[in-house]
Design a protein. Structure first.
Length: 297
């Protein structure tokens, strides 16, 4: 008789457990909530079998405890739906992403993403790059010229959907940008600089309206930097010298091409792109594509 009572009790407990409604709960974790910001959502739901996240910016996930990157500042309502069979529970929290202090660009490639800070000291180049980025000008273009130990170059509109072997590097928006040289901004590794035509046809060293390059470079010596200072009349800060010596760069380009930004996150992506196999005219044999360029606000 006691065994029968125990079995009935066990059945009742199992039935109660199977009928229990899930409870959706989560915690938001972030070291820094300035855009772009990667947020970790730790799921602490109970009695759930599956999950659906809505991050409030048009993106969703079914992972248990996902990470999500917010590119734009603002207030977002994050929702978690926890499901068990046909039963579900919903939890919602608001998260505020603060705007960045600096002008930042997020550049997504098929080799990974980079965050680039645009310099305020080169406002013509900064504003032009922002304008083109917001127009979607760079989306789908290639890094069409890659030289390891030197730089990776993109921004030619003719590179979009370009056939294999096509010669690239002459396209642009139909205008140039006046040079903006400053001792403060140098061709250290990760520097964003404007490409341009050379020679007597461009004595003012005006920049291409859209083509740019990111410095890969090589480590420099103190003697080389001293020689550049003498030859070009530039005065390097101690910080710039340390960057050239310890990380590398292309100091021989200083004062000849406008530097207007720096890669703040994603130098490893520059390394990956610089290391691809190239063919004629230094074009990568497999396309290195700029998927999307966003202005981080």
């Amino acid at each position: 008789m006691s065994m029968i009572r125990y079995s009935l009790f066990a059945i009742i407990v199992l039935m109660m457990a199977s009928c229990a409604k899930p409870l959706a709960k989560f915690v938001i974790e972030a070291d820094d909530k300035k855009a772009p910001s990667k947020i970790v959502f730790t799921n602490s739901s109970e009695k759930a079998e599956s999950y659906l996240w809505d991050f409030g910016d048009g993106n969703t996930s079914t992972e248990e405890s996902p990470e999500h990157k917010y590119y734009l500042s603002g207030k977002y309502n994050v929702k978690l739906i926890a499901k068990k069979g046909k039963k579900m529970s919903e939890s919602e929290q608001a998260i505020v992403i603060d705007p960045p202090q600096d002008c930042l660009i997020s550049m997504e490639t098929n080799y990974g993403a980079m965050t680039i800070r645009l310099y305020d000291g080169t406002p013509k180049h900064r504003d032009n790059f922002i304008k083109l980025a917001e127009q979607g000008y760079y989306d789908g273009l290639l890094f069409h010229r890659v030289i390891e130990g030197f730089m990776v170059q993109g921004g030619d509109p003719n590179s979009k959907d370009a056939r294999a072997g096509a010669r690239l590097g002459s396209g642009g928006p139909g205008y140039t940008v006046p040079a903006e040289f400053t001792d403060e901004y140098a061709h250290v590794k990760g520097a964003l600089a404007a490409a341009r035509t050379g020679g007597a046809s461009n004595p003012q060293k005006a920049s291409s309206g859209s083509q740019f390059y990111i410095v890969h470079g090589q480590k420099a010596t103190a003697d080389v930097l001293e020689s550049m200072e003498t030859r070009k009349g530039v005065i390097y800060t101690d910080e710039t010298k340390d960057a050239y010596i310890n990380q590398g760069g292309t100091p021989f380009l200083d004062q000849d091409y406008t530097v207007f930004g720096i890669v703040e996150k994603g130098l490893d992506i520059v390394d990956k792109i610089a290391g691809v196999e190239t063919g004629e005219s230094d074009r990568p044999q497999k396309d290195v594509k700029i998927i999307k360029v966003r202005v981080v606000k």
